[in-house]
Write a protein that binds this ligand. Sequence first.
Ligand SMILES: Cc1ncc(COP(=O)(O)O)c(C=O)c1O
Length: 373
Amino acid sequence: MAAILEEVGTVESAFAYQTPRVTRRVKPRSTISFLRIMGESERTLTPVDILKARKALGAVIRRTPLTRSQGLSDAGGAEVYLKWENLQVTGSYKPRGALYKLGLLGDDVRRKGIITASAGNWSLGVALGARSLGIRATICIPETTPAVKVDRCKALGAEVVLHGRFFDEAFAYARELARTRGLAYVSGTEDHDVFAGHGTVGLEILEDLPDVETILVPVGGGGLAAGVACWAHAVNPDIRIIGVQSTATRTMYESFRAKGLVDVPVPPTICEGLAGGITQLNLDLALRYLSDVVLVQEERLADAILWMLMEERQVVEGSAVVGPAAILEGRIRFREGERVAVVISGGNIDLETVGLQTTWPQDPFPRRTDGKR
Ligand SMILES: Cc1ncc(COP(=O)(O)O)c(C=O)c1O
């Protein structure tokens, strides 16, 4: 670790450290592997990348708190700590990877603008990153995405294009627009720079809880888990990294067990961030880094969200509540007193989803005509 710190300490700017880009070529889509960008699979994720990201992210990204949860410690018979990325700027961990990635883009790409597709939180991260770097961003979002994410994305100044019911439809349309408008497509799910940015979550956990033994991470494509694990294993290879999905969003769970890509249909879910297909690159990272992937009951997630609201006084979205749910449902065995960190990856949920009335017939604090309150 000392060697890593020394290496990063010698660069003037973390951005100067970029690994040369490998030419990217998009393969035809299949039902499961709708995105297969060559080049990224030949790179590896290293702790040095994560340190570079931390250095580059600077003041824009909040250092989120890690706090002990009495309720979850009691439920799990362990010492459980929560990493509150719902308190991150934009309400999820995504700006970590987005900002780092966009900061690495060349002037030419920045001038032309970028495009991405996302079911929500990634789009907010990209919108924020683009705004802070003065890049024009276009974002394709499936029509089923919660309104809170769409509205906030627009408020951050991105051009929002609502298209399709699911991510892969929005993604296909984004690729089409990238071609016709000459924009660079920025992937949130298959890019090692993005994963390195997300890995700063792991770095902070290890700084605050150096003797952590197990870390629970929600898994969609697995970029967050890979980033967290990459750092954690550099510090201590014995740390268990356990991925969590819901029964409705079980693609990584099934693929991890089969050690090969499995196509799993996604029924309605409140974990839109964990839903959808994965690629070989995603699976390879999961097989390398994760000790296990466990499932929690989709039908019980609304209760878990309310539990977190009542017990921890925090709003946690479906994709992020799977870690606490795994403990509450007794899905993971812990040694008595084991030190466990749980990543609470986001809080962007329409609270009507869990039966709470949050819209007024009339806004009690209406905006002025200039958009300010
Ligand atoms: C709140 C939240 N948690 C977890 C994830 C899953 O992240 P990953 O795809 O990196 O596994 C997402 C993805 O969008 C998300 O929005």
